[in-house]
Write a new protein. Structure first.
Length: 241
């Protein structure tokens, strides 16, 4: 009887933990939009700002990294293209990396991790503040497969108000924006992917490992002892229209 009560108590604790985790999950409805003009920073920005809501990347979990830039994002799609726009205000900007799949998380960086099939395998899109892109796929931090650099160059479009040229850290009061266009064809492990009516797991991040004020922010809370963005169990939900 005592053993049965103990098992029941453990089950209740587990169910409570699952319920609490689900309550913490944020969700975003991703509208379908049409951009008839040529894709550019201005045209994509205009469409996003007219048709989407601004979401905040403002969860700060780790007290030892207390610096908190102001970060927001917008997101939309048109079946085969995903449109993102990031808005960042921060005190230090850094952009050393210019090669695809380099360590852009060490620069001033924004990130988008997404599991389109909700099967535990996710793509980590990482962009430094001049648009250099890091992209890999897999079930966790230690099991990543890079998407080829040439494919990244061909398919992903980025525009930043900080330009494309690399630079060492600058300090002051900086406000920068970035537009990203991601085609469904870059999701090479999900053939014939369409964003319409898709429900995906995802999270959005801001970091800067080598900046003067190292920081780690997320959209959906990440409840780990140390900074770790490669935790799909803490992803939120994207509901594509």
């Amino acid at each position: 009887m005592i053993k049965l009560k103990k098992i029941s108590f453990i089950i209740l604790i587990f169910l409570w933990s699952c319920s609490n985790m689900n309550r913490n999950k944020q969700s975003v409805d991703v509208p379908k939009i049409s951009i008839k003009d040529v894709l550019s920073f201005d045209n994509v920005s205009k469409a996003l700002e007219q048709n989407t809501t601004l979401n905040k990347v403002d969860w700060l979990e780790w007290e030892e990294f207390s610096y908190q830039p102001e970060v927001g994002f917008r997101i939309a799609h048109d079946d085969s293209l995903l449109f993102l726009k990031y808005y960042v205000k921060e005190e230090h900007v850094l952009a050393r990396r210019t090669d695809p799949n380099s360590s852009v998380h060490r620069d001033s960086c924004v990130e988008f991790f997404v599991d389109p099939a909700q099967n535990g395998n996710y793509y980590n899109f990482e962009f430094n503040c001049i648009g250099t892109t890091h992209l890999a796929y897999g079930p966790g931090r230690g099991k990543r497969t890079f998407i080829p650099a040439e494919l990244i160059k061909q398919k992903i479009k980025t525009w930043s108000t900080l330009g494309k040229e690399s630079f060492e850290e600058k300090s002051g009061a900086f406000k920068w924006e970035m537009v990203v266009v991601i085609p469904s064809s870059i999701f090479t492990y999900d053939e014939r992917l369409s964003f319409s009516k898709l429900v995906s797991n995802a999270n959005f991040y801001k970091c800067g490992d080598d900046t003067t004020k190292r920081h780690y922010l997320s959209w959906n809370p990440v409840k780990t002892p140390k900074p770790d963005f490669h935790r799909p169990e803490y992803f939120g939900i994207l509901n594509f229209q």
